[in-house]
Design a protein around this ligand. Structure first.
Ligand code: NAI
Ligand code: MG
Length: 499
């Protein structure tokens, strides 16, 4: 509200420099109090594109204080009015899709056409969806006693801490901040070290509409900046997406404080292909489900593809041909399907898994597509997609989240065996089954241990559909009306004695 109308800047290098080195606290772009920053690197060429504020507990303190100051007035606003403001934010963002797509492509290495621009438009969609739900923050009347008027009402929790990863930073942030804000909470976001700029820009755009302090964002290191946010006594709820390991740390601190947490953690999502499946369609589903266009860096990635032995070889041949046809290259090039891995550390992790898979007896690593050529991308963190065959469900590669362009195709001979393997995992985020048989499909939807189950398709999280995991994949649900009601409000019961 305090700023001039921001003009979209589709030169991501210039934009990255413009917003370098800042947090956004109380409606103002402000550097870390220490003045320290850390570099943000383009993973396609290893070059620095800008700097991010290196925030610590002191900066978190300022941000939480700003959010706490803004919260009572925000909560006192009519719920529909808050929703209207959030929907207006969505309309503002619609004018920045190209800019945000380019900026997130530059800092994450995700291809603009297949991933980054799509992510930017989903952000606006998520805000639009929640913007319409203000009037759904309803309570109930309870027929407790004829002499008492008994009812419930939904109240905001207060200040919500939002911790996000780098793989789809804007989208994952939007799915958290939109319901939190519409429900009457104020927010402090802690961005991921690897991707702090596009989300900062989103918050800057939204701050043109939102009152100062309602939405704040700080960048910094997990333990130095994320941990104090979770631990802060005025933060009444934390919603986190990231690794299981960090999710546990967050949950432990929240447990000490006895505050609610939502955790979206990893996955090892099975895709069961029966022998009666429409094979070309299943192959298309494997390509999109495995998120090859995002280098497999997705918690939902279909990274265990269980295929009936009768169609196994045909499936693998078709899948390999499809992935071979994908073009790896400069993320900002419209022709590119597949960009880069986010960071050197993730690259090393992914390559380690590929090496370990190759060393297993009976395993074959089918490398797909071609690395880009040319000097400009020589330092780029490119990894050719790999389809493993010949591994069992007990393999490390089938049990652990790789978060790279690596999938395991595992053979089965009976439906029962497939279900048993699908469920034999520490994770339970998503699952799909591909079959033309209705009875098999329905049976599988009942028996698969996962929070999100699809038959003959593999679409991504959508506003309106509850999304989240069972087992080690997390706690709570996101993206839906229920997610807002259950995870961003307290329910108060009120009894009015009229006798
Ligand atoms: P991470 O879980 O460590 O990082 C996610 C966020 O948590 C970042 O903003 C980070 O700064 C923050 N964080 C780290 N330590 C923290 C702490 N002690 N307290 C509060 N916040 C903290 O994930 P990372 O290191 O980026 O990736 C490691 C692995 O995690 C990946 O290889 C992948 O397997 C998994 N992952 C899963 C994601 C998902 O969508 N479920 C997203 C990103 C990573
Ligand atoms: Mg980490």
């Amino acid at each position: 509200m305090t700023q001039q109308q921001l003009i979209a800047d589709t030169d991501p290098h210039r934009l990255a420099r413009t917003i370098s080195g800042f947090n956004l606290i109380g409606g103002e772009l402000t550097p870390a109090r220490s003045g320290r920053t850390f570099p943000v690197v383009n993973p396609a060429n290893g070059r620095e594109i800008g700097q991010a504020a290196h925030s610590d507990a002191g900066d978190v303190e300022q941000a939480v204080a700003a959010a706490a100051r803004a919260q009572p007035a925000w909560a006192a606003m009519a719920a529909r009015k808050r929703g209207t403001l959030v929907a207006e934010c969505a309309r503002l963002l619609a004018g920045h899709v190209e800019e945000l797509g380019r900026l997130v492509a530059l800092e994450t290495g995700k291809a603009l056409r297949t991933e980054s621009r799509v992510e930017a438009s989903v952000v606006a969609d998520a805000l639009q969806f929640y913007g319409g739900l203000g009037s759904e923050l309803k309570g109930e009347t309870v027929p407790f006693d004829p002499g008492m008027l008994t009812f419930t009402q939904r109240e905001p929790i207060g200040v919500v801490g939002v911790i996000i990863p780098w793989n789809a930073p804007m989208m994952l942030m939007a799915l958290k901040i939109a319901p939190a804000l519409v429900a009457g909470n104020t927010v402090v976001v802690k961005s991921a070290e690897e991707a702090p700029l596009a989300v900062l820009r989103v918050c800057q755009i939204l701050n043109q509409k939102l009152p100062p302090g309602v939405l704040n964002i700080v960048s910094g290191d997990g333990p130095v900046c994320g941990a104090p946010l979770v631990a802060h006594p005025q933060v009444g709820k934390v919603t986190f997406t990231g690794s299981v390991e960090t999710g546990r740390i967050v949950a432990r601190t929240a447990g000490e404080k006895l505050i609610p947490v939502t955790l979206e953690l990893g996955g090892k999502s099975p895709m069961i292909v029966m022998d009666d499946a429409d094979l070309p369609r299943a192959v298309t589903g494997a390509v999109s489900g495995m998120r090859f266009t995002r280098q497999g860096q997705s918690c939902t990635a279909a990274s265990r593809i269980l295929v009936h032995e009768k169609v196994h070889d045909a499936f693998v041949a078709q899948l390999k041909a499809r992935v071979d046809a994908m073009k790896m290259g400069d993320p900002l090039d419209e022709a590119t399907d597949i960009g880069t891995i986010i960071s050197r550390a993730q690259l090393d992790k992914v390559l380690g898994y590929i090496e370990s898979g190759r060393a297993e007896a009976g395993a074959t690593a089918h490398e797909c597509a071609q690395l880009p050529s040319g000097d400009a991308l020589r330092e780029g963190l490119f990894v050719r997609p790999v389809i493993f065959t010949g591994l069992g469900n007990g393999s490390r590669l089938a049990r652990e989240e790789i978060f790279g362009p690596v999938t395991c195709v595992i053979r089965f001979s009976s439906y029962e065996e497939a279900i048993a393997m699908a469920n034999d995992s520490d994770y339970g985020l998503a699952a799909t089954i591909w079959t033309r048989d209705l009875k098999t499909a329905l049976d599988a939807t009942r028996r698969l241990h996962a929070g999100f189950v699809q038959v003959n398709q593999n679409i991504v999280v959508q506003p309106g559909l509850s999304y989240g995991g069972v087992k080690q994949s997390g706690l709570g649900r996101e993206a839906s009306l229920e997610a807002m009601l259950d995870h961003f409000t307290h329910k108060k019961t009120v009894l009015l004695n009229m006798s």
